[in-house]
Design a protein. Structure first.
Ligand SMILES: NC(=O)c1ccc[n+]([C@@H]2O[C@H](COP(=O)([O-])OP(=O)(O)OC[C@H]3O[C@@H](n4cnc5c(N)ncnc54)[C@H](OP(=O)(O)O)[C@@H]3O)[C@@H](O)[C@H]2O)c1
Length: 248
């Protein structure tokens, strides 16, 4: 999460709660200059840990470290995701371009990784935290995308990305049902950040009107205000940046 909107999310989380601790993960901590600069400003309140969503052992190692250092986690945000990678992953415009490798990689990073993160962090997720008051539940927020909605799919295309986000949605909903059944004090939500000016959207911004292309600051602020206002009855819901529910 060194990149872009995730980095801003870390900054806004640190600024909103001056007693709060934030744990940021990324694939290459030594190269994460943005996070390192932030850590220099908040040495006591920010930890940077290595985690690669395609490697379950790094997820397990991170959860062990969080357990030893903090014991609990009040808010878990799965912010990472991939849409395209030069020479590796290209959003498909037609079925004839669909490749097994693209589907597998997209599923691995966008759906399987975040769910394994929740699985390994589950024992640490405890009530508390929150921006304004102590909450009676922990929050898990998974960044999805409106294009992961099957009901909202009027355009087609982007088979790997769409379907991996749909899988993330279904897995998150399934977990939310289990947490409710077990009376776990954990609320899981899915968030669509809008179309945001980041590396992820940059190659595809040509047809987006300026009014619909959000800055990272604006989107992160909107997402964090949804997270701040989350209620128990929101468990398992899929929200857009403006708080509107998105159909499955
Ligand atoms: N931007 C938009 O318009 C938009 C729209 C809808 C939904 N979303 C969703 O919002 C989330 C954030 O997107 P963004 O625009 O901030 O994307 P971004 O700027 O491209 O950042 C994506 C992040 O994912 C990380 N990542 C990629 N592969 C990983 C892996 N194997 N393990 C761990 N981390 C990995 C990247 O880390 P590195 O720094 O190591 O590359 C990067 O920090 C994503 O889930 C995306 O699908 C974005």
């Amino acid at each position: 999460m060194e990149n872009l909107s995730s980095l801003l999310m870390v900054r806004q989380l640190l600024e909103r709660n001056e007693n709060g601790h934030v744990i940021a993960t990324c694939r290459k901590p030594a190269a994460a200059t943005g996070l390192i600069n932030m850590k220099n400003k908040h040495p006591e309140r920010l930890s940077i840990l290595q985690l690669d969503l395609t490697s379950e052992s790094t997820i397990e190692e991170t959860s062990r470290t969080v357990k030893e250092k903090y014991g609990v986690l009040h808010l878990l945000i799965n912010a990472s995701g991939i849409l395209s990678i030069p020479d590796v992953l290209h959003p498909e415009t037609t079925l004839s371009k669909v490749q097994k490798s693209s589907l597998l990689l997209s599923y691995e990073v966008n759906a399987i990784g975040p769910i394994l993160v929740i699985k390994h962090m589950w024992p640490l997720l405890k009530a508390g935290g929150g921006h304004v008051t102590d909450r009676e539940f922990a929050v898990v927020a998974n960044l999805s995308a409106r294009v992961g909605s099957i009901g909202d799919n009027g355009l087609g295309g982007w088979h790997s990305y769409r379907s991996s986000k749909a899988a993330l949605n279904q897995l998150t909903k399934t977990i939310s049902v289990e947490f409710a059944r077990r009376k776990e004090p954990i609320v899981c939500i899915l968030l669509h950040p809008g179309t945001v000016d980041t590396d992820l959207s940059r190659p595809f911004q040509r047809n987006v009107s300026p009014a619909k292309l959000f800055t990272k600051e604006y989107s992160v602020q909107k997402l964090l205000s949804i997270i701040d206002g989350v209620k128990t009855s929101d468990n398992g819901k899929f929200f857009a940046w403006d708080g509107q529910e998105i159909p499955w």
